[in-house]
Design a protein around this ligand. Structure first.
Ligand SMILES: Nc1nc2c(ncn2[C@@H]2O[C@H](COP(=O)(O)OP(=O)(O)O)[C@@H](O)[C@H]2O)c(=O)[nH]1
Ligand SMILES: [Mg+2]
Length: 302
């Protein structure tokens, strides 16, 4: 399950957002322990599929949310605060913008700087802690870490590195190698666009929230209709049909023969999966073809 960190200064509205997304009300008061809950993603299509298929049950994709405690912007975050962040898939920076005195541009940039400073210090430590000579890293890693440093010094996140570069950095526990998105909480002040993806929300809307998160994480949705269960699945955009099958069950991945697919819009227009099959509207994919966002999929396997 995709793990989403809610990060931000205290009073920015993280716990309120967390409650809106998870329905969970209780709160943990330890400043180093996040509230953890599950949020469901009800996209625009899944209920429509359930309706036309006359399915009895619908299973929505789920995300795991971590509501990390905030510290005031005057204090900043202690380094060990970030340890649980290394398990996170994406960091949502919540920025307070619901008061007349709000300063969202300033808060957003200083929040991002918290992450950038953390990574800068870590990389500097690895490269230069032993009297200026890197120890215990390969030459290739050294070159890459120096590239990181030059990005960070330009106040850029490491998100923009290639996937291969990020894989090479996996062991170093950096923060900004993962996708980061700014959640501008409220519309009191105007917010000026940044290089980091952002969304401005007057009211919490879970579908918009997840769509934005999925976009920065390069995730897509596909659907299955099995018996009277309609289910939505979230996978990386680069997944092949066979890998997508593995998301459902390892046996389907192993015995994969082909996948029948139909864009959800076409399914809704045609009216049912069986009818789409009869009129020859389905497209068949081999194991290495890519599933598209919004495909309804039936897997054939042995
Ligand atoms: N007007 C307004 N108040 C909010 C909003 N979100 C949170 N608050 C209030 O701001 C305070 C801090 O919110 P909370 O979610 O606890 O912030 P956290 O410290 O980031 O977890 C609480 O009194 C909330 O009721 C919002 O969107 N609009
Ligand atoms: Mg809170």
């Amino acid at each position: 399950m995709v793990k989403i960190a809610l990060f931000g200064y205290s009073g920015s509205g993280k716990t309120t957002l967390f409650r809106a997304l998870t329905g969970k009300q209780e709160e943990i008061y330890d400043p180093f322990k996040p509230n953890i809950g599950i949020g469901i993603y009800k996209d625009n299509h899944i209920d429509a599929i359930t309706e036309i298929q006359k399915a009895n049950k619908v299973i929505y994709p789920e995300f795991e949310l971590f509501d990390f405690k905030g510290f005031p912007s005057s204090e900043g975050f202690p380094p060990h605060y970030y340890t649980p962040f290394f398990d996170m898939d994406v960091i949502v920076c919540v920025v307070e913008n619901f008061q007349e005195t709000s300063t969202p541009d300033k808060d957003a940039s200083s929040l991002l700087m918290e992450l950038i400073f953390y990574d800068t210090e870590k990389v500097q430590n690895i490269l230069y802690k032993h009297s200026g000579t890197p120890v215990g890293i390969t030459e290739q890693q050294e070159v890459l870490l120096k590239k990181c440093l030059s990005l960070l010094e330009k106040e850029k996140l490491l998100t923009e590195l290639t996937e291969t570069e990020k894989k090479m950095l996996a062991g170093f526990q950096l923060l900004t190698t993962r996708p980061v998105i700014l959640y501008i909480n409220g519309e009191q002040q105007s917010f000026n666009p940044t290089a980091v993806p952002y969304l401005v929300q007057q009211q919490h809307n879970s579908a918009i929230f997840y769509t934005s998160v999925m976009k920065v994480c390069s995730l897509i949705t596909f659907y299955t209709v099995k018996g009277d269960i309609v289910q939505g699945w979230v996978i990386p955009a680069y997944y092949t049909a066979r890998q997508a099958a593995g998301k459902i069950h390892k046996d389907i991945e192993k015995g994969f023969i082909k996948a029948a697919v139909l864009p959800v819009k076409d399914l809704l227009e045609i009216g049912s999966w069986d009818k789409a099959k009869h009129i020859g509207a389905l497209k068949f994919l081999g194991p290495n073809s890519i599933i598209s966002d919004g495909d309804v999929v039936e897997f054939y396997f042995h």
